[in-house]
Design a protein around this ligand. Structure first.
Ligand code: PHE
Length: 365
């Protein structure tokens, strides 16, 4: 009598492959999780419609980390110990990935971040991967664009000191910009959650820079843009992928227009893989996919392909196949995972124009 329901439970479980995902679905970085999850779901829906992985349907368990490092860590613990996931699609924000990837590593559960660009994230161990480029490259891209394309000679920096990603990217920019003969006239900081940036911006105004590098997340960047223009600062703001959200222009309004940031993909691409993805995404969600949606889609497809190739569903087998990912034709470019489990890919520079994201140039590694 006891055996039957247990067996029934087993059979049901044997027909699915449980994969975990966690990210911010609420809080000031909510679009990171909302977008990447949309991309991930689109990918798994397509895979399930085509018969699943190894003939089994993917069952995705999504958890909200509310934009908090501790919640990211506990989400990963729960996915592994309660949901028994075979792999995890990890966080967008580098700080949250750094707080949670060590748990996946210690349980030998493969962890694939769609979008965490801080170099330290994959240094956690051999079960931690990412499908995006890293900040030493992203920072170089903007330093190069600033000095070569915009002819910036004097730059100011305004960094979020509470954010590993922001600090890392600011450091690379400073180094690469100076290498190109540029001068950093001031390097100031704020903390995520701040709403008044006038003190820092007043100081920046007194140095009269040609551009201001603000490698933060969209909520603060939107406010910084507004307050900079209110103070009469005309210099362009420059940033990184953390700007990429529809909310950026909702918060920054006209003040954010004309400013530039580095990103993972452009919706203006004519690559059929990209146009097809955008078409399917719009049909499902009635919105244009941002970079995170595209990276989530690529992360899910790469993970699914590795699981399909793996001889069994053990963490080790899936990990070994992930490490072999080569020339995967993703929406965000051709993806090869190198010996550090990072992707080496080109970046694009985007100019903000309301809700439009104007493609300016591609920079290859
Ligand atoms: N690269 C950012 C980080 O590591 C996250 C991010 C990626 C945000 C892409 C927006 C778009 O924290």
């Amino acid at each position: 009598v006891l055996v039957l329901p247990l067996l029934a439970g087993c059979t049901k479980k044997d027909n699915v492959i449980t994969i975990g995902e966690y990210d911010s679905m609420s809080g000031s970085d909510a679009t990171f999780g909302l977008s990447s999850n949309k991309g991930v779901r689109l990918a798994f829906d397509e895979i399930n419609a085509a018969g699943g992985i190894k003939g089994k349907k993917v069952d995705l368990k999504m958890m909200d980390d509310q934009g908090k490092n501790e919640e990211a860590a506990s989400a990963v613990t729960r996915l592994i110990t309660s949901n028994k996931v075979v792999a995890i699609i990890g966080g967008v924000a580098s700080g949250r990935s750094k707080a949670s990837a060590p748990i996946a590593q210690s349980h030998k559960v493969p962890f694939v971040s769609p979008a965490s660009t801080n170099p330290d994230v994959t240094k956690v161990g051999d079960y931690v991967f990412r499908v995006c480029f890293i900040d030493p490259f992203q920072g170089l891209v903007m330093a190069k664009f600033a000095s070569e394309n915009l002819k910036v000679k004097k730059a100011a920096v305004l960094r979020d000191v509470k954010n590993d990603y922001s600090v890392g990217l600011a450091d690379v920019f400073v180094q690469e910009f100076k290498k190109r003969g540029g001068e950093i006239v001031t390097d100031l900081s704020y903390q995520a959650g701040d709403i008044d940036f006038k003190a820092q911006l007043t100081q920046i105004r007194s140095k009269n820079p040609d551009a201001i590098y603000v490698p933060g997340y969209y909520t603060e960047v939107g406010l910084i843009a507004q307050q900079a223009r209110q103070l009469g600062i005309k210099a362009p703001l420059l940033g990184g992928d953390g700007w990429d959200s529809d909310k950026l222009s909702e918060i920054g309004k006209e003040a954010i227009n004309g400013n530039y940031y580095s990103n993972h993909y452009t919706t203006e691409s004519t690559d059929p893989a990209v146009t097809e993805f955008i078409k399917k995404f719009k049909a499902k969600y009635n919105e244009t996919p941002d970079a995170l949606a595209a990276l989530g889609y690529d992360a899910a497809k790469i993970l699914a392909a590795a699981i399909e190739r793996a001889p069994d569903l053990s963490g080790q087998a899936i990990r070994d196949e992930l490490a072999k990912t080569k020339d995967f034709a993703g929406v965000t470019g051709k993806i090869t995972l190198n010996e550090n489990r990072d992707a080496v890919k080109s970046a694009v520079v985007i100019q903000v124009d309301g809700k439009n994201r104007k493609f300016i140039t591609t920079i290859t590694p």
